[in-house]
Design a protein around this ligand. Structure first.
Ligand code: CMP
Length: 148
């Protein structure tokens, strides 16, 4: 099924033109379409809002601080099974797990810590809709026929 998902390339990736280009090329090689893209910097309040489901977690403050420390690059990616495909390219959230299970993923190759883990991908259709709307409120999901 054709799907859309939200991809965020986090500050460490945007800061490094070489890594940024490498990851964009990997995404293109996997037959994703870039439907919309935006570079922006979250302020603390917007980062808190985006990650509100994690507000009780011990890493929340660290996460919000990191995600608002520099520019991020947000993309609506589309392809068959986009949500799962992008997450499998990313690898596990926890970078130490990539050592054993997923060295060949983006996080396995470039992740620094569980917080500084390169990139984000929506984990369900509902989350993709919320997250896309958060960064691209002008984007009409109905313009993708399956979301009518
Ligand atoms: P992301 O895919 O953006 O979604 C939630 C984020 O929380 C995750 O990537 C990590 O950046 C961060 N995160 C999740 N688990 C941990 C953890 N155990 N310690 C620190 N940060 C975490």
């Amino acid at each position: 099924m054709f799907q859309v998902t939200l991809c965020i390339l986090k500050p460490d990736i945007v800061r490094s033109p070489h890594l940024f280009n490498e990851i964009i090329n990997l995404i293109l090689q996997r037959q994703f379409i870039f439907i919309k893209s935006k570079h922006l910097q979250l302020n603390r309040q917007r980062a808190e809002e985006f990650y509100r489901e994690h507000q009780e977690k011990f890493f929340y403050s660290r996460l919000v601080h990191y995600m608002s420390c520099g520019p991020i690059s947000c993309h609506i990616l589309g392809r068959e099974n986009a949500i799962q495909e992008w997450r499998s390219m990313l690898g596990p959230t926890k970078v130490y797990k990539t050592i054993f299970e997923a060295a060949n993923t983006i996080r396995g190759q470039h992740g620094i810590t569980d917080t500084r883990n390169c990139a984000h991908g929506s984990d369900s259709i509902e989350k993709a809709q919320r997250e896309i709307n958060f960064f691209f409120p002008e984007f009409d999901m109905k313009s993708i026929s399956i979301y009518e």
